[in-house]
Ligand binder design. Structure first.
Ligand SMILES: C[S@@+](CC[C@H](N)C(=O)[O-])C[C@H]1O[C@@H](n2cnc3c(N)ncnc32)[C@H](O)[C@@H]1O
Length: 162
């Protein structure tokens, strides 16, 4: 859903440096590149994800730099926008990612999150930008709602889920 959002609204990333955190197949980073991002880095801790991202970027004719590393342990990276697609599926990981994103926000980095309303999504920190119905696994007849959000500072007023 975050990839769809970037393709629908290329202004969100056009001309900007983008980090796709937890890239998986690379779909979000590839969409950012297609939307006109100046540079895309795709980070993941899984070597298969890094390999898939490289292959998928090449198939799509896009330049994406896959990086095998856990950026959540370090300082805010040199980027303008961090895209986070579906990284709030475990409590410890959600806590780790949120703790990484806070100093990034403080440095002026914009954070976009795409998520199917998973249990550990930090909803009180999010502003809903768009909603999509995403096909569920194993069937073509059902779908689940997914959102694209701006991650905001702790002090921002909470926006309850619609
Ligand atoms: C559910 S997949 C989402 C993939 C992709 N962002 C998407 O929206 O389709 C989560 C990915 O996050 C990666 N991941 C988990 N912990 C991570 C970490 N600390 N840093 C970077 N990637 C991580 C996993 O290896 C996996 O590829």
């Amino acid at each position: 859903m975050l990839a769809r959002y970037l393709l629908d609204r290329p202004d969100a990333v056009a001309g900007r440096r983008v980090l796709d955190l937890g890239a998986g197949s690379g779909i979000v980073g590839i969409a950012a590149a297609k939307a006109g991002a100046a540079e895309v880095i795709a980070a993941d801790v899984d070597p298969y994800a890094i390999a898939a991202t490289g292959l998928n970027a090449a198939i799509n004719g896009m330049t994406v730099l896959p990086v095998l590393t856990d950026l959540t342990t370090g300082e805010p990276p040199a980027t303008d926008i961090i895209c986070v697609g579906d990284l709030f599926y475990e409590a410890a990981l959600a806590e780790r990612v949120t703790s990484f994103l806070d100093p990034c926000l403080a440095r002026g980095i914009k954070v976009l999150i795409g998520d199917p309303w998973r249990a550990y999504l930090p909803q009180s920190r999010l502003r809903l930008l768009a909603e999509y119905a995403v096909p569920d696994f194993g069937t073509t007849t059902s779908s689940r709602p997914s959102g694209v959000f701006a991650f905001e500072t702790q002090n921002a007023p909470a926006k309850p889920r619609r």
